[in-house]
Design a protein around this ligand. Structure first.
Ligand SMILES: [Fe+2]
Ligand SMILES: [Fe+2]
Length: 145
């Protein structure tokens, strides 16, 4: 069985993890000229990942595998929860509220790890099984690194 979706989307989770770690490091150093772009890069990467899941992966999976509807709904709700955190983060960066930024990134880290674990162990293997060779084309839409 192919694992191209599991492998490539997990790889992209790690890209987002590195950007989250970089944002946390920039906060520790306390230089706002670094914190703002680090936070922006994190939000942009996670948004890009969510969009590919919501606009391509999830609809294609739902089309061929009805059982996926419920986990997809849960994943999409968690994306919405994290998008609210992106807004909070952007606002906290805007007012240079370091403590708020640290707290938001901690929450994002926790929620994101739980979310990614569910995708990597349940949803992505389900997608590999159901979409088979179509997975290559979907994975190709992910950023190259
Ligand atoms: Fe997701
Ligand atoms: Fe994901």
């Amino acid at each position: 069985m192919t694992s191209v979706i599991t492998d490539s989307f997990t790889h992209d989770h790690h890209r987002c993890d590195r950007l989250l770690a970089a944002a946390e490091t920039s906060l520790t150093l306390g230089d706002w000229s670094e914190i703002a772009p680090a936070a922006q890069a994190l939000v942009a990467a996670m948004e890009q990942h969510f969009r590919l899941e919501e606009e391509t992966l999830f609809p294609q999976l739902a089309q061929v595998f009805a059982v996926a509807a419920n986990p997809i709904e849960v994943m999409t709700a968690e994306h919405a929860q994290m998008r609210a955190l992106f807004e909070d983060l952007t606002a906290a960066v805007g007012t240079r509220d370091k403590d708020a930024c640290v707290g938001i990134l901690e929450t994002l880290h926790f929620v994101g790890q739980q979310h990614n674990y569910k995708e990597e162990t349940v949803l992505y293997p389900m997608a590999d099984g159901a979409l088979r060779e179509r997975g290559e084309g979907i994975a190709a839409c992910l950023p190259a690194q």
